[in-house]
Design a protein around this ligand. Structure first.
Ligand code: COA
Length: 280
């Protein structure tokens, strides 16, 4: 992960930084929000649908994960948009993708467009926020059951399966499967398709340790090329971010750790260059 010291928005040599808000990423462990606090915030901030979903979980661990994730979404969106947490109206597409309902006069903190995407797994919530275009994110713990990973692997393209199987079973192969999986999820989530897009209809070619070397998009991809970021923000927790590369998004990202109680300085990460099919 290329992390540089926090820097101002007007990084030298890039006029874009003056005008375009950076992509923001929040990584929040469940532990950052004590259960009693989460219960109080959820009671005040979540909407009826979220309360109903939270009530349906069989295991307390899963309910906690869901509550922290949704409290994080409301807090971070409230900070970004300039609205109160309970005022945010979040609607879902026919494929269940959440969106922030736009306001007729724009957002109090400026701009009209704001896209976000959430992933929650293994005790962590990952939230991406962008002011242009779309974003998709995914987080997975490396402690997934080996049988499940073998099944996941069979959903990938033949060349991806060959690449993952070219290392022996165990941690090395698990890591390869999960790197591909998080990237594929981030991509389909940016597009709002979720698991509706078969994972063998598009392919990644990955560098040995981290980074996307090439991307073959599915036939219906109109954006053509994308920026993909792979992260391991905490040991054995893998994350991926997908952003269309033809928008005006700033070429860097701010990574915030923990719950957004305050405006602590984030890490600034340079986004990798675009990959994918050329336009035209
Ligand atoms: C999106 C999806 C792949 C995520 O699976 P996952 O890896 O188990 O879960 P993650 O933690 O990474 O992400 C879950 C979050 O992604 C977001 N999400 C859900 N559907 C999404 C979609 N189609 N596109 C982008 N993001 C989506 C939600 O915020 C969800 O969390 P929430 O339900 O608590 O709000 C999966 O839930 C899916 O395919 N959903 C679509 C289902 C669908 O097509 N439904 C049609 C109506 S039946």
């Amino acid at each position: 992960m290329t992390i540089t010291a926090p820097q101002s928005r007007s990084a030298p040599g890039s006029p874009q930084h003056e005008t375009v808000a950076p992509v923001k990423l929040w990584l929040c462990p469940n532990d950052a929000l004590p259960p009693a606090v989460a219960t109080i915030l959820a009671a005040h901030w979540l909407d009826e649908r979220e309360h109903k979903t939270a009530a349906r979980f069989l295991f307390e661990r899963d309910r906690r994960q869901y509550l922290v994730a949704h409290i994080l979404v409301r807090r971070a969106l409230a900070l970004e948009a300039g609205l109160a947490e309970a005022e945010l109206v979040i609607w879902r597409s026919s494929r269940d993708r959440p969106f922030l309902q736009p306001l007729p006069g724009g957002l109090p903190r400026g701009g009209g467009h704001l896209d976000f995407n959430l992933s929650h797994a293994g005790g962590y919530s990952l939230l991406g926020i962008v002011r242009t275009q779309r974003i998709g994110v995914d987080v997975e713990g490396l402690d997934r059951e080996a049988g499940a990973l073998e099944t996941i692997l069979t959903t990938f393209t033949p060349e991806e399966q060959r690449w993952a199987r070219s290392v022996p079973p165990g941690r090395q192969r698990d890591r390869r499967v999960l790197r591909l999986w998080t990237l594929k999820e981030a991509y389909t989530k940016a597009r709002g398709l979720g698991l509706g897009l078969p994972f063998d209809e598009f392919a990644f070619s990955l560098a040995q340790d981290r980074g996307v070397l090439a991307f073959r998009p599915p036939a219906d991809d109109t954006a053509g090329h994308w920026r993909f970021l792979e992260l391991e923000p905490v040991p054995d927790v893998l994350a991926a971010v997908a952003l269309p590369a033809d928008g005006q998004a700033a070429p860097y990202l701010e990574l915030h750790h923990g719950f957004p109680w305050d405006r602590a300085a984030p890490h600034t990460i340079t986004l990798p260059g675009p990959v994918g099919a050329p336009h035209g």
